[in-house]
Write a protein that binds this ligand. Sequence first.
Ligand code: EPU
Length: 431
Amino acid sequence: MSAVTEPYFKIDGLRRLNGVLRVNGAKNAALPCLAASLLSDEPSRLRWVPDIEDVHRFLEILSVLGVESEFEDNEVVVRPSGVCEGSPPDALAAALRASFLVMGPLLVRTGMASCGTPGGDVIGARPLDVHLAGFRALGAEVESVGGRTIARAPTGLRGATFVLDYPSVLGTENLLLAATLAKGRTRLVNAAMEPEIVCLADALNQMGARISGAGDHTITIDGVERLSGADHELIPDRIESGSLLIAAAATRGQVCLQGVRPDHLEALLGKLGETGVEVRRAPAQLDIGVGANARLLATNLQSLPYPGFATDLQAPMTALLTQVEGTSVVHERVFENRMQHLGELRKFGANIIAGGAAPVVIGPTPLSGAVVRGTDIRATAALIVAALAAEGESRIYGVNHLSRGYADLAGQLRGLGADIELVGSADTLAN
Ligand code: EPU
């Protein structure tokens, strides 16, 4: 009997990326837009959906709640069967953070919602207080029993003005979903401004919701009686796009990304510009090219809610900063424990001085191949960036994390000339 090998990516580094690539639709827009299907009795079509683990897990949750779906060629058709009810199985709730997005729709439609502790990346405490305080502001009674959240609103939700303590992305989405069918007007103040919020609001408005101000600090929602289906295209994945730009820069490559939204990537493009990497823009296109001998310089960055530098790009960008000249301070200000990639980056030879949430990266350091493990989606992407820039062979474990959030990063990189292959069976993936 042969032993089951944990899959890993084998990468032979120091190949300059070169070529043209079309990016995928956004993971973090797909999940809330799928949650919106719980608000209607009518079928909806969602286009440009990334083929990733988190989408498949979310469709399983919807199935348990009474929404059947078909997923083909990056299109999902969802068919609700009457009023959906129930609760995500605990194992599925624990598989991804966005499982908690069923709370808002179920609460407003059935007067009762419950969900076990949502999972997702382990990147620090990820409380739910913003979601729960918002549900309470809309008139629900909320209790947490043994890690399970139960919310009740037997007489329905009523619109209210609610100031979010923090502009939580999923918190804003959950409240937006709930408020579309609440009675009267809701104002979400200090709302998250991420492009994924705008994408969700566009989908909901297409279903008949009355939402204005999405993408701004204050979102106004006038509740309606019912919502119909939608035919909605997702926005491009700005984190996948950013990861590919960073990988191209780290290998001093020449890459053209198509289907992108440059306006969603301003903070990253600004930081790349500070290092000396030039990215040319065209409508829905970004061209990056770094000369073999170009001098790249250090820069400081801090992750912040949008439109600040995305926390999801902090780890890949840190890998790139090991390859630029000088001292860069990287300050993670969104999650309390999103620095687990640092120890692994050091195994490649990176010179990084620990500094809690603000480590110092000193470059450029020639990297050499290493055996490392990614601990979350973006940390794994960062290790891939480092391996691409390292001399010799690397093994990156943590493939299961990557497949939660990237449709085919390894395939995309291979298409651009990287020497990367998945070793071991995908069937052995956990999670
Ligand atoms: N927070 C609270 N209270 C809450 C909710 C959040 O204090 O009720 C705090 C968190 O502890 C954290 C900060 O607020 O320190 C940001 O959390 P947020 O709620 O905004 O994050 P999220 O909605 O759980 C989404 C993305 C993450 C992304 C963050 C920040 C999805 C499914 N997930 O998470 O994406 O990092 O926003 O932009 O949309 C990823 O794709 O790899 C990923 C982790």
